[in-house]
Ligand binder design. Sequence first.
Ligand code: ATP
Ligand code: MG
Length: 587
Amino acid sequence: MDATIHKQDATLRQSANLRDYFAVYDSFSWDVARAELDGLPGGGLNIAHEAVDRHVGHGHGGQVALRWLGKDGSRQDITYAELAAASNRFANVLRSLGLGRGDAVFGLMGRRPELYLGALGILKNGSVFSPLFSAFGPEPLKARMTIGDARALLTTDTLYNRKVAAWRGELPRLEQVLLVRTTDKPLPEGCIDLAAAMAEAPDDFTVADTQPEDRALLHFTSGTTGKPKGAIHVHGAVVAHNITGRYALDLHPGDVYWCTADPGWVTGTSYGIIAPLTNRTTMIIAEAEFDVERWYGILQNEKVTVWYSAPTAIRMLMRAGKEAAQRFDLSGLRFLASVGEPLNPEAVVWSQETFGRPFHDNWWQTETGGIMIANYAAEDVKPGSMGRPLPGIVAGIVERDPQGGVQEITTPMAMGELALRPGWPSMMRGYLNEEERYKKCFADGWYLSGDLAMRDSDGYFWFVGRADDVIKSAGHLIGPFEVESALMEHPAVSEVGVIGIPDETAGEVVKAFVGLKPGYAPDEALRKELLGHARKRLGPAVAPRDIAFRTNLPKTRSGKIMRRLLKARELGLPEGDLSTLESDELR
Ligand code: ATP
Ligand code: MG
C-alpha cells in the first residue's frame, strides 16, 4: 500500500517557501543565501544582528518577537525593538565587566525572557554562548563549564544556590555570575544582580565586528550514545539557520511559531532562538513543561501557525488520544515538524488524521548545526522517511572500507552510513578539546554522521538506526527503528526501545522494551499478542525474540530513548555517562 501523504492542497503549495524543490536545489548557492542578510560593514557577520537589529533597521521594530507564557499564567510580549534594546543593555553589561570576544558565557535557566535576550546580548558582544539544560545536576554543569572554559554564567539565584555555589570556587576562570532574582533572599556573594546592572546600562551598543568564522556557540551533544561532546559553531552559521528555517520549517514573516525544545539543546537555540527571529516570526516561549491540555491550549489560544516538536512529545499526545486534540480549535496550524529521534510512520499518519496535517520529520545533529534532511510543506510526505536534503546540502549513503576510506553506495534502499559533503555554514568547526575525534568524522571528502540510513529511488532518506544501535542477527543487520515502528502500530503500544542481546547461535537477537497506553495491562497474553504482531509484520528473522514491559523507558532530558542504557542494564554492563539521563523508574 502506498502510504504517501500527497499534498493536494493547492493554496498550501502556493504559499510554501520551497515550491519547486528540484529547481531550488539545483540553483542554490550559499553566497546568494548569505547576500539576503545584512552583514556588518567590512564583511563581518553577527547572528544577533541578523536575528534582531536587522528587522528593526528595516522598519519592523513594532512586531512582537517573543511572546512569553510564564508558568504562573503571566504573559509578556517583547517586540523586536524592545529585544534589540534589551540585548544591547545585556551586551553593555558584559562589556563593562571586561568580557569580550571569544569568552565563553554559559546560560543556565528555564525558558525565561532573560535567557533569550541574554543569548542575543552574548552574541552581540562577540562572546560565545553555551546553553546548559536547567535540569542538569551540579556535576554535569561543572563538567561542561570546566571543559568549556566558562568565563561567565547567566542563571537565576535559585539555580545558582542549588547547583553552582558549592563548587564555583573550583573554577577560578569563572569570574562573573549574573543572576536573575527569583527569590527575596540576599544576593549571593560574588554575584551580580542582572536587573540592577541592566537598568544602568545604555540601550545603544555597537555590535562586535564578528567575522563569519568567529566562534559563536558551544553546544553539547545529547549524550545518547556516550559522553557528550562539545561542538563549536561560528557566526556564519546564521546563513544556514535562516535558510533552513525558511525551507524546512516554512517560516514566513509574521508566523506564530512554537518550538517546544528547550534552549539547553541545539534545537532550542538554532530553531528556538535564531532561525525564528531571522525569519521575523513571533515566537512563543512556554515556560512550563509538557502537559497535553496545556500544549493544545497554547496551540489554540496563541493561534500557532508553525509548530516544531519531537517524537517523544508526539507519542505522548498520541497516548492521550485523538479526542484530547479534538476539544481544541487547532485550525490555525499550517505546518508541523519533528526532530531529534526517528518519527514512527504511525505518528505521521496519526497527525494527518488528528490535525489534518502530517508531522514533517527532519534530520540533523548538534554537529551539523542546522537541518540537513527534511520533508517539505509543498512536497509529498512518505511516513517513516526523513525526507530529502536541504538545498545546499549533498547527502549520501557510504560504506567504510578497511583502509579507512569510504565508498558511496548509490543502489536504492541499500543500507549504509549517512554522510554529508562538508561546506555548509552551520557545520561544527570542531569538538572542543577532542581534535582526534573530530578528524575521525571525515573521510574521502565526506562528513560521517554515525547514523545508518537508506535512500530510495526518489531521493528520500530512511533512518535505520545509530551505527551503535544496529543489531546483527544471523547475518542480518536489523535497524531498531523498523522493529519499533512495527510495534508502535499496535493499539496498546505507546513507546518502544529495541536492542540486540547476545545469542549463541544468531550472534544477537532482538529484544523490545515496551510502554503501554492507559487501559492496557502488561500481562502474558498481551506479550504473546505483541510478539505475534511483530512476527507477522516483520518476519521471524527480524521480529523480537523477547518483549519486556516498562512503565518508563530511560531517556535523555531532551526526550531521546537511551538504547545503550537499556542494553547496559539488560546485560549488567557499566552504565556509562548518565549526565543527560532524565530520571527514570530506576533512579
Ligand atoms: P550523542 O552524540 O551525545 O550520543 P545525540 O546524537 O543524541 O547524542 P544530538 O546531536 O542531539 O545528540 O542528536 C542527533 C542524533 O539524533 C542524530 O545523529 C540521530 O541519531 C538522531 N536524530 C535526530 N533527528 C532524527 C530524525 N529525524 N530521525 C532519526 N534520528 C534522528
Ligand atoms: Mg550524536
